[in-house]
Write a new protein. Structure first.
Length: 148
C-alpha cells in the first residue's frame, strides 16, 4: 500500500496503563485486531475533545475524569479499512478506570507489552504505541494519583 494513494483517517487514541504496566486495548465488534480506545474526529472537533467523547461512548469513562498528556501524532495502516491510513493523535490518559465495553466495543483486554505473541494487534498499536511504552512516565499514576 502506498501512503500517498491511501485514504487518510484522522483519529484520537488513548494509551491507558494499569498498575502493572499493562496496556488497555479494545476490539470492535466484527473485527479481530486489538487497538487503542479512541475514534474518528468529527468535523471541527479537536483531538482531545474527540478522545474524551470516544472514551465515554466506548468505555463509560466520564469525560472530566481523564487527565490527558499528548504523546504526538503517528501514522499507520488502518486495521479495519483497506487502503486507508490512520493519522492518530495519541494521548497518555492518566487515572484508574473501570473499563466497561459499550457501543461498538466487543472486548477490552489488559495486555502485558512483553507477552504479545498470541494477540492480533492493529498496526498503530504494534508499530507506534508499543515502542513508546518504555518512555512513558506513569509513576505518579502508579502511586495512586487520581484524575480530577
Amino acid at each position: 500500500m502506498r501512503a500517498d494513494s491511501s485514504r487518510k483517517i484522522r483519529i484520537a487514541a488513548a494509551v491507558i496503563l494499569d498498575e502493572q504496566g499493562r496496556l488497555a486495548l479494545v476490539r470492535k465488534r466484527g473485527t479481530k485486531a486489538f487497538m487503542q480506545p479512541g475514534g474518528k474526529l468529527e468535523i471541527d472537533e479537536t483531538p482531545e475533545a474527540c478522545l474524551r467523547r470516544e472514551l465515554h461512548e466506548e468505555l463509560a469513562i466520564e469525560p472530566g475524569r481523564a487527565r490527558m498528556r499528548a504523546l504526538g501524532t503517528f501514522a499507520a495502516p488502518a486495521a479495519n479499512e483497506p487502503d486507508a491510513v490512520v493519522e492518530a493523535a495519541l494521548y497518555f490518559v492518566e487515572g484508574r478506570f473501570e473499563l466497561k465495553p459499550a457501543a461498538e466495543i466487543a472486548e477490552v483486554i489488559w495486555l502485558d507489552p512483553t507477552a504479545i505473541a498470541d494477540v492480533q494487534l492493529a498496526p498503530l498499536t504494534r508499530n507506534a504505541v508499543l515502542p513508546l511504552l518504555p518512555g512513558i512516565d506513569n509513576t505518579a499514576d502508579r502511586a495512586g494519583a487520581q484524575a480530577p
